[in-house]
Design a binder for this molecule. Structure first.
Ligand code: KIV
Length: 272
């Protein structure tokens, strides 16, 4: 029997043709990457949501290229079967296509990932083309693009108005023509996501974009219930992580304070 190798951009496009749904989760470290691999998650996104859920920033804007590379490398050391896609952080692809290629090259060469993700529509196409021409697969990202939060005026649903919907559909086509192998659709109406999905040959990966996309992505800390600062409507908690972790931590403190930990089974003897 032929054992399929690691997940690739080309295989994801074949999954769309076969109507096989694609699950994507974010990940930022080695231990969790091992767990995602055990669960056979096909696409692991080292998202710049790293800034909020791991580094404690109030948005994704302060995340640096070096931070993305550090965390990508940690994920890559788990050698997962799933494809690793890393976000290009703010201002690494907006200045020029050449600068974008340099940054994407560092992410792939130093971070050891399989692809990069770039936010934005038509304006991001020159950078996307340059990176794809150099042999690096690119995932697009449309709708609510968190790196444009200052211009968008907040984390709100995009594409409710007809004119916005037309722009988003045109942008999706431009990204496909520019060489993207998949597009994240964030916080847009479900019917619009369905139309874009039907229009494209490449897979769409929804987050707050309803059930008609080819795949879904969630931030790991949200779906595990670990990050509870705010909870967008599109998140489903598959575990109450914060409650479970806090309970274990309290039990540890109590065990130490009451002398119930460590026990003899955790202690070493002398030899003579
Ligand atoms: O940074 C991130 O986690 C993302 C996902 C929300 C798609 O871009």
């Amino acid at each position: 029997m032929k054992v399929p190798g690691r997940m690739t951009a080309r295989r994801l496009i074949r999954w769309k043709k076969k109507a096989r749904k694609i699950s994507v989760l974010t990940c930022y470290d080695f231990t969790m990457a091992r767990l995602l691999d055990r669960a056979r998650v096909p696409v692991i996104l080292v998202g710049d949501s790293l800034g909020q859920v791991v580094l404690g920033y109030d948005s994704t804007l302060p995340v640096t290229l070096d931070e993305m590379i550090l965390h990508t490398r940690a994920v890559a050391r788990a050698k997962p079967w799933g494809m690793i896609v890393t976000d290009m952080p703010f201002l690494t692809f907006q200045v020029s296509a050449e600068k974008a290629l340099e940054a994407a090259g560092r992410i792939v060469a130093e971070g050891r990932c399989d692809a990069v993700k770039i936010e934005g529509g038509e304006r991001s196409v020159p950078a996307i083309r340059r990176i794809v021409e150099a042999g690096i697969p690119v995932m697009g990202h449309l709708g609510l693009t968190p790196q444009s939060i200052l211009a968008l005026g907040g984390y709100r649903v995009q594409g409710r108005k007809k004119a916005e919907r037309e722009v988003l559909k045109r942008d999706a086509e431009r990204l496909q023509d520019g060489g993207c192998f998949a597009i994240v659709l964030e916080a847009i109406p479900a019917t619009l996501a369905g139309e874009i999905t039907a229009m494209l040959k490449i897979p769409t990966i929804g987050i707050g974009a309803g059930p008609l996309c080819d795949g879904q992505v969630l931030v790991l800390h949200d779906m595990l219930g670990l990050f509870t600062e705010f909870e967008p409507r599109f998140v489903r908690r598959f575990m109450e992580g914060a409650v479970l972790v806090e309970k274990a931590l309290r039990e540890y403190v109590e065990a130490v304070e009451k002398g119930r930990f460590p026990g003899p089974e955790h202690s070493f003897e002398i030899d003579d």
